[in-house]
Design a protein around this ligand. Structure first.
Ligand code: 6PG
Length: 247
């Protein structure tokens, strides 16, 4: 059987924190514009945590490519089981850094109902409103290699049927809603934003080896576009990435 090359896209490494935000916002804006140009719309799924905040603020400032926000539907990759105005809420972080600017421009926002008394039911409801494919999926990564709220060793990291599930997180808040591998694998464009030297070792494990490490959920996104700050990239041995020939 002819060998086919499995390309690992070389990660983009920013010079510093400020350019990390510029680089991240520029890449995301370009992918949104490409989706709108090619399909007339964009299903954009946002990451939570703290890393994306400056990138969302930059996107909101609109200094990147002009985005037709009225053509963009916003979804979330995961959410903590807290009310939408709780400081721990991923929605609250996105609202303050991005949504308050783009909703008036017509963006449609589909929030995960973290406050629901029945998290499983909320996960099922969210699954049913997701589009067939996400056009632009933004992810962060934890020091343990989790992405969204898919944590190492947990069943959700190997879910193949349901697209959204409720999980018990080893990190507070314990209860979370999260997308599962099918959503990640089926997304048209995946962008992973990682900053900080504390993540360098995990970045090197995920991007530095030729074979996927099934024990690390972030490996699901090994072929994505990774955007790193210098600290997160400090564990990578070579600037380029090896091409992998696979049967
Ligand atoms: C969450 C996020 C999570 C996040 C990583 C990195 O709900 O916490 O969705 O997957 O991306 O934990 O978090 P930081 O950006 O805060 O380091």
């Amino acid at each position: 059987m002819a060998a086919s090359l499995e390309m690992i896209i070389p990660p983009l490494v920013a010079d510093d924190r400020r350019s990390f935000a510029e680089l991240g916002a520029g890449i995301i804006a370009g992918e949104i514009a490409r989706s709108v140009g090619e399909r007339g719309s964009c299903a954009l799924m946002l990451a939570g945590g703290s890393t994306p905040r400056t990138i969302y603020e930059r996107l909101a400032a609109g200094r990147e490519e002009q985005i037709s926000w009225s053509k963009v539907s916003v979804y979330f990759g995961d959410e903590r089981c807290v009310p939408p105005d709780d400081p721990q809420s991923n929605y609250a972080m996105a609202r303050g850094s991005l949504l308050n600017s783009i909703v008036p421009a017509g963006a449609q926002v589909h929030r995960m109902r973290g406050e629901a008394a029945d998290p499983d039911g909320a996960a099922t409801d969210y699954d049913s409103l997701l589009p067939g494919r996400i056009d632009v999926l933004v992810l962060g990564m934890g020091t343990d290699g989790h992405i969204a709220s898919l944590f190492p060793g947990q069943p959700a990291a190997h879910e193949t049927i349901r697209r959204v599930v409720a999980v018990k997180s080893p990190r507070p808040p314990a209860c979370r809603l999260t997308i599962t591998p099918p959503v990640i694998m089926n997304a048209r464009s995946v962008i992973v934003l990682v900053s900080g030297p504390d993540k360098a070792a995990m970045v090197a494990r995920v991007l530095g080896s030729d074979d996927r490490d099934e024990s690390i959920p972030a490996s699901l996104a090994r072929h994505a576009r990774w955007i790193l700050d210098p600290g997160a990239a400090s564990g990578l041995s070579a600037p380029g990435r090896k091409l992998k020939a696979s049967e």
